[in-house]
Design a protein around this ligand. Structure first.
Ligand SMILES: *[C@@H]1O[C@H](CO)[C@@H](O)[C@H](O)[C@H]1NC(C)=O
Ligand SMILES: *[C@@H]1O[C@H](CO)[C@@H](O)[C@H](O)[C@H]1NC(C)=O
Ligand SMILES: *[C@@H]1O[C@H](CO)[C@@H](O)[C@H](O)[C@H]1NC(C)=O
Length: 286
């Protein structure tokens, strides 16, 4: 008999083992939309959205079931774009070739620990049948943009990828570094409607690799394959939302090319957070 009273209380802790959280972008059930215009949300109130737009008019709280990592505590948030979603980082840099609305976790500075060591970026996405994307265009729904803005080290794309091979357009595609030639497709799956698509993207900043975990609805995440070599150096910021690229636009996509008018498009997000995956720790469910 070896002090069972001391050992037993440890068991529930061990069973509920979680990886340490790096940033938590999950939206508390009680958080109002207006919080996103202030410092009271997990996201930067000023970036990245159309000049003269407010997050409280860009975001919606859709009525969908909570995603895998939101269950009972946090809720889905929908990011929308319309004709006003034109980001202007400065007066002489008006990005009229893009339509953009991307949430940036507020603790991510571009040089913080979220882009060192081993981290897993978690998020879920779902279509909004009332605000369909246009698969003739290329979208980025998630990306890491390097701190010098020279590349995106990992992306989740949708639609017709500019310069990509001709293929089915209604797909979610995780790519490696967009400056690689060719750009690596790490994972792809059809963006089926009415379903949560859950991602856990493991970024090993020491080894220079990327691995994708994936599931739908409430199923636990599962690995989709081994970690692949991918240049993830350069630190930077994680973007969650909609970056819609133009048709045409040549070598200056932000400022040229064609964007149809009177658009009303959205993507529903849930369960955005990053965890520390050193020693291989990856949460497969809540
Ligand atoms: C929500 O979840 C319930 C139970 O899992 C399921 O029956 C229902 O179809 C889901 N609703 C939506 C809108 O996905
Ligand atoms: C959420 O609540 C439901 C009942 O309301 C319960 O069945 C379920 O286990 C809870 N899930 C989590 C992850 O706590
Ligand atoms: C989709 O985009 C193409 C190219 O910009 C445009 O011609 C078309 O009208 C758009 N479709 C819808 C349904 O908006």
């Amino acid at each position: 008999m070896l002090f069972p009273a001391l050992i037993l209380p440890l068991l529930p802790l061990a069973l509920a083992q979680k990886c340490p959280i790096q940033f938590d972008g999950r939206v508390a059930n009680r958080l109002p939309l207006e919080a996103f215009d202030t410092n009271a949300s997990p996201y930067n109130p000023s970036y990245v959205l159309g000049s003269n737009q407010k997050w409280s008019s860009v975001l919606k709280f859709p009525s969908v079931n909570a995603s895998l990592f939101d269950a009972n505590v946090s809720k889905a948030v929908e990011v929308t774009v319309n004709d006003q979603s034109i980001f202007a980082p400065s007066a002489d840099n008006v990005q009229k070739g893009f339509r953009r609305a991307e949430l940036l976790p507020v603790s991510v500075t571009g040089t913080d620990a979220s882009t060192t060591g081993q981290k897993t970026i978690h998020f879920s996405v779902q279509k909004d049948a009332a605000r369909p994307l246009n698969s003739s265009h290329e979208y980025q729904l998630f990306f890491l943009e390097s701190n010098d803005y020279s590349t995106n080290q990992v992306t989740l794309k949708y639609g017709t990828i500019i310069g990509g091979k001709k293929k089915e357009a209604d797909m979610l595609t995780v790519t490696g570094n967009v400056n690689a030639n060719p750009v690596k497709t790490v994972f792809e799956t059809r963006f089926t409607p009415g379903v949560w698509h859950n991602f856990g993207i493991v970024l090993d900043f020491s080894a220079g690799t990327t691995q994708v975990y994936y599931s739908t609805n409430q199923a636990p995440l599962a690995s989709t394959g081994k970690a692949v070599t991918n240049s993830v150096s350069g630190q930077g910021q994680y973007h969650f939302g909609i970056l819609k690229k133009p048709i045409g636009g040549g070598s200056d996509l932000p400022h040229s090319g064609y964007q149809p008018s009177k658009i009303n498009e959205g993507v529903i997000f849930g369960g955005i957070f990053a965890e520390d995956s050193k020693n291989g720790c990856v949460s497969l469910q809540k």
